[in-house]
Design a protein around this ligand. Structure first.
Ligand code: GLP
Length: 264
């Protein structure tokens, strides 16, 4: 993993967005994996700015969302389809029908999950996938204890996750859905490149488990240690538990120097 501890959200947004812009520069028809939650917001803000400045276009791209709540009506402001549209996709030039999300209202949720997984697989996996991380180490909605090679599936939110997400539902945990459709860890691992953003002290333990802990279903994000192209963008608070922080920083700085000198 490449791990960067960055001074502020603006820098996190700029570096995260630059990875996506580079993928689109190489292939304007790239498949981009999108994540909801507050962590990726600086990346979306930067991408919208770059789009407005004419530096990037999504007109030929496809996007696949990571997950969706089960049972929220189509017009619910917190359904992940609506959130991603509001914070990002409706502000840039994706073509109608180019942004895909699991159907949390499907009459057969298991079949809908399998179909969504097949679509992503047929697209060859995401060229680049953006991720956040939950306080308990989940990515997407892959909660601790699940299979490390799962595909897109019907899942259930951990109590901790429902408590954390209650802030989007007027602080009322009872309004937070209990079930979800989520890309599985195996699906996420098929993405060619992954960019994970984590900020704030409440993420420090999960971040440490992901980067330095044993690979274990206890911290689902730790599976990313087996992926060969992961960039983790952290603020100081989220990096606070890392034991080898200086080594990561030295590697990060070394690569940036070589990039500036055009060696990589
Ligand atoms: C939700 C989402 C995850 C997200 C996590 C953290 O549970 N399903 O994809 O990473 O929350 O969200 P935040 O970035 O708001 O802390």
């Amino acid at each position: 993993m490449e791990v960067a501890v960055l001074p502020d959200l603006e820098t996190i947004g700029r570096i995260g967005a630059s990875r996506i812009v580079q993928v689109l520069a190489d292939n304007p028809a790239a498949t981009i994996g999108l994540a909801t939650g507050s962590s990726p917001l600086p990346v979306y803000e930067n991408l919208v700015e770059q789009y407005r400045a004419g530096r990037v276009s999504f007109a030929a791209a496809q996007a696949y969302c990571l997950d969706e709540y089960v049972g929220l009506p189509n017009d619910h402001p917190e359904s992940y389809s609506n959130v991603i549209s509001r914070v990002f996709t409706s502000q840039v030039d994706f073509r109608p029908g180019a942004v895909h999300a699991p159907d949390g209202l499907a009459p057969d949720l298991v079949a809908a999950a399998a179909e969504y997984d097949a679509q992503i697989h047929a697209a060859g996996g995401a060229d680049i996938q953006l991720l956040g991380i939950g306080v308990d180490g989940h990515i997407g909605f892959n909660e601790p204890g699940g299979s490390l090679s799962s595909r897109t599936h019907l899942g259930f939110l951990a109590e901790q996750t429902r408590r954390d997400n209650a802030r989007f539902f007027g602080g009322d945990i009872d309004q937070v859905p209990t079930a979800c459709l989520t890309q599985g860890l195996g699906t996420i691992m098929e993405a060619h490149a992954l960019v994970l953003v984590a900020t704030g002290e409440n993420k420090a333990e999960a971040v440490r488990g992901m980067i330095e802990g044993p690979v274990s279903a206890y911290c689902p994000a730790s599976i990313l240690q087996f992926h060969n192209n992961v960039t983790v963008l952290l603020d100081e608070a989220a990096a606070a538990g890392l034991k080898m922080r200086h080594e990561y920083q030295a590697t990060w700085d070394g690569f940036r120097r070589l990039e500036q000198e055009n060696y990589v």
